[in-house]
Design a protein around this ligand. Structure first.
Ligand code: SF4
Length: 469
């Protein structure tokens, strides 16, 4: 069977925003590499797409006429995916089309309700269902829906999700390529909280076992294989929460730390843990001791009501304690802080900016305009719809801010960010982590927050600043 495997490129704007987060991590999509492995195990002839322009992809598929086109779709690539598929059918591509990826997991029924010209949607982990499908695509497989059975599958969805943990029994090593600077590894899958209203994991609240740890021998094998095959020593753990449920978090990190320190070579790695876990000094020390070089922490807000609206598991106090503990150890962090959501106020924006600058000492300019993205199928979509603030469509929802002044601040933060970025491009110098930068940011941002003219001052400050020249 000839399969064309496509990780649909994001919309360019979305991609830029997303990649700002990752200074140290090269993009790598394990999901597509896992599917690649499964296909090779079934002796499929796989063509992995390496193109990024939609017209080139279209031409290549039409030329190759694969038996099956498999597309991994994210929320930010949903519209482009639909455009591609529609054009393919218009150009008489008649092969089978199977959709997977996060958009399929969260919004698979929308794909059928909006009549996408596709054949299958795989909305669970591929490890549990793809083998069976490759053996017999026309059999009824829960987790791979068709136009004939999707309404039935909707009824059984919850039960199905409860059985999903079986992925671990079918664990498969992702298909890798040579020459990467970094390699992603999994040590667990899922999030023990799984309740944040904006997150793709929010569907996890149907699951009885939301976070599953990979056995340590598999974790070790991943690292050793990647080291032996490609000389890899720098890893990005893709876990939603490396430490897992709090009751066992210290134990799990201790075990992972021992494993890493027992390797015959040194590694360094990036990771995400929960804010609550980061309030535990022992966990942070163990991580640092075994090679942690960057920590991603989802603070998300420095305002109590906003934090509750996001349904985060930690308290406001936890956010401040974790920030202090991490800073004390000088651990480089990627803070998650969603300042703008449809219900943000001047007060919540002030609190978040103050937390970013004064508690986290983080001056990365992209953080100023961090805005909540509404994923189709999440509780946040329902909440914003109820308040009549939702605009756009299921392929990508936008929203209005409830408070007019928030819109003004958001737009002006965007302008200021753009000005700084353009200057950065010209100067080719780092523009954060310095007192001078903080002074400039604070001056301008206060002006914007007070809705005062700021452009002239920014111009003077940015262009007169020695460090920015
Ligand atoms: S804790 Fe993180 S991964 Fe878990 S649901 Fe919340 S945002 Fe998602």
């Amino acid at each position: 069977m000839n399969v064309y495997l496509l990780n649909m490129p994001f919309h360019e704007e979305e991609y830029t925003r997303f990649s700002e987060k990752w200074d140290l991590i090269e993009d790598e999509y394990l999901g597509i590499s896992i599917v690649h492995s499964i296909l090779l195990n079934h002796n499929c002839n796989v063509k992995l797409c390496t193109l990024s322009h939609i017209n080139d992809i279209l031409d290549e598929i039409i030329k190759l006429q694969p038996d099956v086109l498999m597309i991994s779709v994210m929320q930010s690539s949903a519209r482009r995916s639909l455009e591609l598929i529609t054009s393919l059918r218009y150009n008489h591509y008649s092969g089978v089309i199977l959709i997977g990826g996060w958009f399929a997991k969260l919004a698979w029924k929308e794909i059928f309700l909006h009549n996408w010209p596709i054949d299958y949607v795989c909305y669970v982990n591929a490890e549990g269902v793809l083998d069976e499908w490759l053996e017999n695509p026309s059999s009824n497989i829960f987790g791979i829906a068709t136009y004939n059975n999707f309404t039935k599958q909707l009824l059984f969805n919850e039960k199905l999700l409860n059985n999903e943990k079986s992925w671990i029994n079918n664990y498969i090593f992702p298909h890798r390529k040579q020459g990467r600077k970094t390699y992603c590894i999994e040590t667990s899958r899922g999030c023990p909280h799984s309740l944040c209203t904006f997150c793709s994991q929010s569907k996890g609240n149907c699951l009885s076992n939301k976070w599953t740890a990979l056995p340590l021998e598999i974790v070790k094998k991943q690292i050793i294989d990647l080291h032996n095959s490609y000389g890899a020593v720098f890893f990005a753990t893709t876990d939603d929460d490396l430490a897992g449920p709090l009751d066992f978090a210290e134990q799990r990190i201790n075990a992972l730390s021992k494993l890493i320190k027992s390797l015959p070579f040194k590694i360094s790695f990036t990771a995400s843990i929960s804010v609550k876990a980061a309030t535990n000094p022992k966990i942070l020390d163990m991580l640092l001791d075994c090679g942690l070089i960057q920590l991603c922490l989802g603070f998300e807000s420095a305002d109590e009501i906003q934090l509750k609206r996001y349904c985060k598991s930690q308290s406001l106090e936890d956010n401040f304690v974790a920030a202090r503990e991490v800073l004390k150890r000088r651990i480089p962090i990627l803070p998650g802080l969603i300042t703008f959501d449809p219900f943000a106020t001047i007060n919540t924006i002030n609190k978040n900016i103050s937390f970013l600058f004064n508690e986290l000492h983080h001056y990365e300019i992209g953080k100023l305009t961090k805005k909540l993205h509404i994923l189709t199928g999440t509780p946040m979509e329902r909440l914003v719809r109820k308040e009549n603030l939702l605009i756009g469509d299921y392929l990508y929802y936008e929203y209005r801010f409830q408070h007019k002044e928030v819109n003004y601040i958001y737009e002006n933060f965007k302008k200021y960010t753009k000005a700084i970025k353009e200057n950065y491009m010209l100067s080719e110098k780092k523009i954060f982590s310095s007192k001078e930068i903080l002074r400039i940011h604070k001056t301008i941002i206060n002006k914007i927050l007070n809705q005062e003219p700021w452009e002239q001052d920014a111009n003077n400050l940015i262009f007169l600043s020695e460090e920015l020249k």
